[in-house]
Write a protein that binds this ligand. Structure first.
Ligand code: C5J
Length: 227
């Protein structure tokens, strides 16, 4: 496989054509507080198994992407320890017993530098892989992601991570408005709510791919492996 040549893979709503060298794997918010038992997500009453099923397929895709020397980027949702970048509306919405910035089971919730804020060890970034710290749901809002992608000549994104209908969806929508083609492998994205997972994926590929394409990680791996 020559990664500079275009590849085609089976996707919804129609085959996705991509050039691996100008396509980045963007892994969204695979953070301990969202995925690990005992983390913030679970303390809110969520079933983390719904998210943890995405770990193994993400590991396989990440290994294949790295083996070809292709671009990998990671994001983390979180805020400054002094909370100055946290809109009061975001802190108070949900009215949970614990708010962003409060002490949770893995340190202060969604605060940069705290144990729960870090990416799960199974998908730990390599030193050369940019980690985008984002204060919002979308990875483009108030970050340098767009500049980094432009400087590296990236035109297409494979977006994985959690949660499908929140940070993955917002990121795909933001990317779409900035002119990137987005491909979402359904087994590499997860929601605490199965019905949201199904609806969110349908919304991406509906209306002729209004936000992008949906496929599975196996199809990406087969395309990379070549005929
Ligand atoms: C949420 C995220 N669900 N990463 N964050 O609050 O999707």
């Amino acid at each position: 496989m020559n990664p500079a040549l275009p590849l085609h893979l089976d996707a919804e709503p129609y085959p996705f054509e991509f050039r691996p060298t100008t396509c980045a794997l963007l892994i969204v918010d695979m953070q301990r507080d969202f995925l690990e038992p005992g983390g913030f997500g679970e303390t809110l009453g969520n079933d983390v198994a719904q998210l943890r099923r995405t770990i193994a397929p993400n590991q396989k895709l990440l290994a294949a992407w790295r083996a070809l020397g292709l671009q990998v980027m990671h994001t983390r949702e979180g805020h400054r320890p002094d909370l100055m970048d946290l809109p009061p509306a975001k802190r108070h919405r949900g009215r949970g017993a614990r708010l962003i910035g409060d002490l949770g089971p893995m340190g202060r919730i969604l605060i940069r530098g705290e144990p729960g804020h870090s990416i799960i060890p199974e998908l730990a970034p390599l030193p050369a892989e940019p980690v985008i710290d984002k204060p919002g749901k979308g990875a483009f809002y108030a970050t340098d992601l767009h500049a980094i992608l432009q400087n590296r000549g990236i035109r297409q994104l494979i977006v994985t991570g959690v949660t499908t209908e929140v940070c993955v969806h917002t990121t795909v929508r933001e990317a779409n408005d900035r002119g990137y083609d987005c491909l979402v492998p359904s087994d590499c994205v997860g929601s605490y709510f199965p019905e949201f997972q199904t609806a969110a994926l349908k919304m991406i590929s509906a209306q002729g791919g209004i936000f992008g394409w949906v496929t599975s990680s196996d199809k990406i791996l087969s395309a990379l492996a070549g005929p």
